[in-house]
Design a protein around this ligand. Structure first.
Ligand code: DP6
Length: 397
C-alpha cells in the first residue's frame, strides 16, 4: 500500500512584545496581541517529517529519536483540525486518497540541544502543523494554518512566518480571528541580529502555561498591562519595524520584557523567571547604550533566565568591542570572529571611552552565561528534501 510523506522545517521566534495570558484555555486565545522576530534556521530549527498510509494502525510520534505520546489534548486538537480541513477537500474531489481517515507517523528533530533550555514548543508545533498541511495539500493560507498551530502552543502561530510577525489576538469567541500575520518580511530589515545568552538555571521554571494562568488570576498590574499598555505598544512596535527605527524598537522591546516580568513579580505568590545573571545582563545592556550614547542593543527575556539581545549588524563591532573588553575572552562570543576582528573591536572600544560609565570585569556574569548563540532574523517554514522517515517502511530512518 502506498505511503505518502512530507517534510518541513520551522523556525524559533522570540517575542519583542510578549504574549502572557489566555482568555480561553481550550482554544488558546490570548489576552493581548504580540509581536516577534523569527530567527534563522541554521542555528535553531525543528525538522518534521510526516507519513500516512491506509496500512498504518496508530498515530505515532518520535521526537529527537524517542517515541513520545500524541495523546496530549493540544496535539489532538491540531490533528483533528488538520483532518477536518483535509476531509473537506476530499469531499470535493473523489479521486483524492482518503488521508483524513488514515493514521499518521510523525518524526521530529531539533538541531539544538534541549539542554540549552531554549523553548522548542513554538518551532515544534509550527513544523508539525506545516508538515501535515503539506502532506494533505491544504490550500489554506499561512495565517489560516497559524490558527491550528496556535492551539498547540500560542507562540507557535508566529513561527508560521519569517521576518517580523504579529499575532493578532482577535475578538471572536471561536478564535477564528486570532491568527499570525506578517508585519514585515525578513528582507525589509535583514540587518537584525540576535545573540542568545544561555544562562545556567539551578531549578526548573514554572511552565509558561500555568505561569500565565496564575498571573491572570492574581496580578492587578496585569490588568493595567493588557488594558492600557500593550494595545498602544502593539501599534508603536509595528510602526518602529515599518520605519526600521532601531532606537524605538529597542526601547519598546526592553520595556515590554520588563513589563511582562513585573506582572510575574506582581503575581501572588510571585513567579521569578529572571535570576541574578539575567539582571546583570539588563544592566550591562543599559551600560553599553550609555557608553556609546546611542541605543545599539536591546534585551528581552521569556519564561526563564536566558537573555536574547537584538542589535543591528552595523553595530556588531561596537557591541562585541564592549563585550570583549568586559569579558576579555568568552568562547561563545568569540567563535564567529577572527583574531583580526577581535583586534578591530579593541580599537573601536578605545575610540569611545565615556569615563562616566563604570564597568568592570564581572566574574559572576562571565560564569553565569554558559553559552552564546549568535544568529539573526530569518525566514518562515521551509520545504526540504531531507526526510526523517523511510519511504518504504513508514518508520524513522
Ligand atoms: C513568555 O506559547 O509557550 O515566551 O500557549 O501555553 O503553549 P502556551 O504558551 P507559550 O508561551 C510563550 C510565552 C512567552 C512570550 C511569547 O513568546 O510571546
Amino acid at each position: 500500500m502506498s505511503i505518502y510523506t512530507a517534510s518541513t522545517t520551522a523556525p524559533v521566534n522570540i517575542a519583542t512584545l510578549k504574549y502572557w495570558g489566555k482568555r480561553d484555555k481550550t482554544l488558546n486565545l490570548p489576552t493581548n496581541s504580540s509581536i516577534s522576530v523569527t530567527l534563522a534556521q541554521e542555528d535553531l530549527r525543528t525538522l518534521t517529517s510526516v507519513a500516512t498510509s491506509e496500512s498504518f494502525t496508530e498515530d505515532q510520534l518520535w521526537l529527537n529519536g524517542q517515541p513520545e505520546s500524541l495523546q496530549g489534548e493540544r496535539t489532538q486538537h491540531c490533528l483533528q483540525d488538520l483532518r477536518n480541513l483535509r476531509s473537506r477537500i476530499e469531499a470535493q474531489d473523489s479521486s483524492l486518497p482518503r488521508m483524513s481517515q488514515w493514521k499518521l507517523h510523525i518524526v521530529s528533530e531539533n538541531n539544538f540541544p534541549t539542554a540549552a533550555g531554549l523553548a522548542s514548543s513554538a518551532a515544534g508545533f509550527a513544523a508539525l502543523v506545516m508538515a501535515i498541511a503539506k502532506l494533505y495539500q491544504l490550500p489554506d493560507s499561512h495565517s489560516e494554518i497559524s490558527k491550528i498551530a496556535r492551539k498547540g502552543s500560542g507562540s507557535a502561530c508566529r513561527s508560521l512566518f519569517g521576518g517580523y510577525v504579529a499575532w493578532e489576538m482577535g475578538s471572536e469567541p471561536d478564535g477564528s480571528d486570532s491568527k499570525a500575520v506578517e508585519v514585515a518580511p525578513q528582507s525589509h530589515w535583514p540587518e537584525m541580529k540576535a545573540a542568545i545568552l544561555v544562562v545556567s538555571a539551578d531549578r526548573k521554571d514554572t511552565p509558561s502555561t500555568s505561569g500565565m494562568q496564575h498571573t491572570v488570576a492574581t496580578s492587578d498590574l496585569f490588568q493595567e498591562r493588557i488594558r492600557n499598555v500593550v494595545p498602544k505598544r502593539f501599534e508603536e512596535m509595528k510602526q518602529a519595524i515599518q520605519d526600521r527605527d532601531f532606537t524605538r524598537f529597542a526601547e519598546l522591546t526592553m520595556r515590554d520584557s520588563n513589563s511582562f516580568h513585573a506582572t510575574c513579580l506582581d503575581s501572588f505568590p510571585p513567579i521569578f523567571y529572571m535570576n541574578d545573571t539575567s539582571r546583570k545582563i539588563v544592566k550591562l545592556c543599559h551600560q553599553i547604550n550609555a557608553f556609546y550614547d546611542e541605543t545599539i542593543v536591546a534585551y528581552t527575556f521569556d519564561a526563564g533566565p536566558n537573555a536574547v539581545l537584538y542589535y543591528l549588524q552595523e553595530n556588531e563591532a561596537k557591541l562585541m568591542a564592549f563585550v570583549h573588553h568586559v569579558f576579555q575572552k568568552n568562547s561563545g562570543w568569540d567563535t564567529k570572529f577572527s583574531q583580526n576582528d577581535l583586534e578591530k573591536f579593541s580599537e573601536v572600544f578605545k575610540t569611545r571611552v565615556a569615563p562616566e560609565v563604570a564597568f568592570e570585569f564581572d566574574e559572576e556574569l562571565y560564569k553565569g552565561v554558559s553559552r552564546v548563540i549568535l544568529t539573526q532574523v530569518g525566514p518562515g517554514p521551509q520545504d526540504t528534501t531531507e526526510c526523517l522517515i523511510n519511504k518504504s517502511t513508514g518508520y524513522p530512518n
